[in-house]
Design a protein around this ligand. Structure first.
Ligand SMILES: Nc1ncnc2c1ncn2[C@@H]1O[C@H](COP(=O)(O)OP(=O)(O)OP(=O)(O)O)[C@@H](O)[C@H]1O
Length: 304
């Protein structure tokens, strides 16, 4: 296990008023960039994160109740379910992005390598350093392609041009964008197409070598060709990263993920609506032989 010694915002992630005397969150360096390709049968992959009886509140409203599931190493876990069932809420709770929403609160336990990410001494900025996020709408900084990717490493203290050049090339190559942009690194990231912008945001995220990448509907703003490129990329990234993706697109979940969690909204005895995790399993099982009738109804289009 290695210890982090400094707090700094993760690339592409807004900094919060995090505690400055940042206590440390630990992570094994062995997991960073050293994983072997894992197939959909990777049921033995150990959990990098564990959610146990997680509920998320907005003020007094319990938007999601009692979610328990693992996030397995170098696997892609998809979250699917009808609108408003709490997929994005749960995703944001995995790297404390909900901290940025006034009144949001998480109950239950979310661990990263057995460490409670909401522990009293844990700095959310450090959490986001290890658990990066790619958003629905590509959000490059209004800077050059190079500076978008170099942003996080520079904050990490990488200053030498040659080192930065290498990190930028590696990240852009890892995000399957290098060949398209290597001759125009000084061009604004905003001048790229939507699909290229999303891959640039992925490059910016992986440039700081997080272990887990959260993706909130990363293809919803993209056309089918750009979507297919990002899907291919996700699959390749899973050789080295643990990915959690929220998607409205069931075909996409079936295509790219190893595990799928199906969420829905339930109304409790008091008439209050909450998001619930109905079923978590191998993606193949969810889409061919789910245990729950509600899952089957959803994937066969009978509701949702
Ligand atoms: N910032 C917020 N403040 C208050 N309530 C919120 C906030 N964000 C989400 N909610 C509520 O939490 C519930 C779950 O929303 P969430 O966006 O997580 O669902 P979702 O499954 O991701 O939906 P969609 O598929 O439409 O994006 C909804 O009732 C929503 O209105």
């Amino acid at each position: 296990m290695s210890h982090l010694s400094s707090a700094r915002p993760a690339a592409g992630t807004p900094a919060t008023g995090g505690r400055t005397s940042a206590p440390r969150i630990t992570a094994p360096t062995a997991g960073l960039g050293s994983g072997a390709p894992v197939s959909a049968e990777g049921g033995n992959a150990h959990p990098v994160m564990d959610l146990s009886d997680v509920s998320v509140f907005y003020g007094q409203v319990e938007a999601v109740r009692g979610v328990t599931m693992p996030i397995r190493h170098n696997q892609i876990t998809a979250m699917i379910g009808p609108s408003g069932c709490g997929k994005s809420t749960v995703l944001r709770s995995l790297n404390r992005m909900n901290d940025l929403i006034a009144g949001a609160r998480v109950a239950g336990s979310i661990t990263y390598h057995q460490q409670d990410i909401y522990g009293a001494n844990v700095d959310p900025i450090q959490v986001r350093r290890h658990i990066g996020m790619v958003f629905q709408k590509p959000n490059p900084f209004p800077k050059s392609i190079y500076d978008n990717v170099a942003y996080g490493p520079r904050l990490d203290g990488v200053k030498k041009r040659a080192e930065l050049d290498l990190v930028v090339e590696e990240a852009l190559t890892g995000a399957a964008l290098w060949d398209e942009v290597k001759d125009k690194l000084k061009t604004s990231g905003l001048a790229l197409s939507g699909g290229q912008q999303q891959r640039l945001c992925i490059a910016r995220t992986i440039a700081v070598k997080p272990e887990v990448i959260l993706m909130d509907e990363p293809c919803s703003a993209l056309d089918p060709i750009a979507t297919s490129k990002v899907e291919d990329l996700m699959y390749r990234l899973a050789e080295n990263y643990t990915i959690v993706i929220v998607t409205h697109n069931m075909q996409q979940a079936a295509r790219v993920s190893h595990y799928t969690s199906f969420f829905t909204a339930e109304v409790d005895d008091a008439g209050v609506r909450h998001g619930r995790l109905v079923e978590f399993d191998d993606t193949q099982k969810i889409f061919t032989n789910p245990s729950e009738q509600r899952t089957e109804d959803y994937i066969t289009g009978r509701f949702g």
